[in-house]
Design a binder for this molecule. Structure first.
Ligand SMILES: [Zn+2]
Length: 453
């Protein structure tokens, strides 16, 4: 299907900032301009986008979709990361069946799409030695059904390690050989190459410091690079990473990561909240990226990542929602809004600009994921774009309409959304998804999760 989108209030395009119309052919943006005429000889669907602003689809670089059915678990509400991991994700991990994973993934992806997201990187770490492949397949299936661009970051643990939750809940780690064999199976089945792949696989041990061996990390890095795959993990979310790295390996967390081959332009980390000057220097020098997840960092009291200093040093910046067990909104738009605000609280009113934050949430994230031909609205780029309806009282007073979703924050209303030129939201409805059925499925899943815990 080809589209001509006409009469937007504004389009977030640095290539053609004055454009109001946009044409999509064969999944790609072929024209930006004004008063573009329909082409009857080459039929296309004309969409009147009056009252809407067009943005590049947002790119979420860190999620845990399984947690979408673990929101607001009472035991973890007022705990820090270590306590919360034991009370919430690790506690429920052994209970997540492929069926529950499927409904959780549908909910998480629905929430992303509803907030304007077109690409999701999910850090899926529910693997132990006896896990069946269906648990991972449920994630791929949900993504395929909703039409979202999907990056599965394949988590792993080779040791129960220093996170108490894994020991407490008797989660049996995999061997390095098992991890690589399973990675290879997924790579053959799902991974696509190319700058606008719809499905990508990433090598993503869950924690470098707490549940992986140096040999396992080196083996996974070597395998990832031999196969042209990117690498991802958590790092320096709390100071425990730093103290454990010094205790176990006699060096800082960032130096340990580097010694295992885990810094580079093909690596990005969630959080990096406790990066010191040396860590910032190494991250920037190696072009290692960050997925900044401010809502989760606030919710768990972890701190504020030094994103402004990382950006000034030249490190690649992207944004992520993190799992909904510690960021209940599941909204990328909320992450943009909070990123815009929170660094001003810390660094002053000129610390962030609206344009910079949108770039972090779109093109910069796409680049970190290797999806270079997505993430912005320009001729030749894959047509991943969102039409936010701002024809509402709360947006009407804003003097810069293009940025009103970012400034005003949630609730936003995505009227239409496209991924690789396919319309996945039509007049506010996510294609192929019945919200009443989803709500009931999620309620049933929560009940099943609690059963016997
Ligand atoms: Zn995470």
């Amino acid at each position: 299907m080809d589209y001509l989108i006409k009469n937007t209030v504004a389009i977030a395009s640095t290539e053609f900032p004055d454009a109001r119309d946009l044409r999509i052919r064969g999944g790609y943006i072929t024209e930006l301009g004004n008063a573009l005429a329909p082409t009857p000889e080459d039929p296309e669907t004309v969409i009147d986008a009056s009252g809407c602003v067009a943005w590049p689809g947002l790119v979420n670089t860190h999620h845990h979709l399984a947690q979408s059915i673990m929101k607001g678990v009472p035991e973890g509400l007022n705990q820090d990361l270590g306590g919360w991991l034991g009370s919430v994700p690790y506690r429920f991990w052994p209970k997540v069946t492929p069926d529950l994973m499927y409904h959780a993934a549908r909910l998480g992806l629905f929430e992303l799409i509803r907030s304007g997201t077109t690409t999701c990187a999910d850090h899926h770490y529910l693997y132990h030695s006896t896990t069946t492949p269906e648990l991972e397949e449920a994630v791929w299936q949900a993504a395929e059904e909703l039409g979202i661009r999907m990056v599965v970051c394949r988590g792993s643990a080779t040791e129960t390690g220093s996170h108490e939750g894994m020991i407490e809940h008797k989660i049996e780690p995999e061997s390095v050989d098992q991890i690589i064999q399973r990675l290879e199976e997924t790579r053959k089945k799902h991974h696509q190459t190319g700058p606008d792949a719809m499905k990508k696989l990433v090598v993503a041990p869950t924690s470098l410091i707490h549940s992986s061996s140096p040999e396992g990390l080196k083996a996974q890095a070597e395998w990832a690079r031999a196969n042209g795959l990117k690498m991802h993990s958590h790092l320096l979310e709390v100071t425990f990473d730093e103290t454990q790295a010094r205790k176990k390996y006699g060096q800082s967390a960032i130096d340990y990561a580097e010694s295992c081959g885990w810094l580079g332009p093909d690596v990005w980390y969630a959080h990096l909240v406790h990066s010191d000057a040396h860590a910032i220097e190494r991250l920037a020098a190696t072009q290692t990226g960050i997925s900044h997840c401010p809502t989760s960092n606030c919710r768990l009291g972890s701190g504020i990542a030094p994103v402004i200093r990382l950006a000034e040093a030249g490190a690649p910046i992207s944004l992520g929602v993190d799992g909904s067990a510690s960021a209940e909104s599941g909204s990328m738009l909320q992450e943009l809004n909070l990123t815009w605000l929170i660094h001003r609280a810390q660094n002053g009113p000129d610390a962030t600009t609206l344009e910079q934050v949108l770039e972090w949430g779109s093109q910069s994230g796409a680049d970190i994921l290797g999806l270079y031909n997505t993430g912005s609205l320009a001729v030749g780029k894959a047509a991943d774009l969102v039409l936010y309806d701002i024809d509402k009282p709360r947006f009407a007073g804003v003097h810069v309409p293009l940025m009103s979703p970012l400034m005003c924050g949630e609730p936003v209303h995505v009227k239409n959304s496209f991924i690789q030129g396919t319309r996945i939201v039509s007049d506010g409805c996510v294609a192929g998804l019945d919200e009443t059925e989803l709500t009931q499925s999620v309620r049933n899943s929560v009940a099943a999760l609690l059963n016997g815990v």
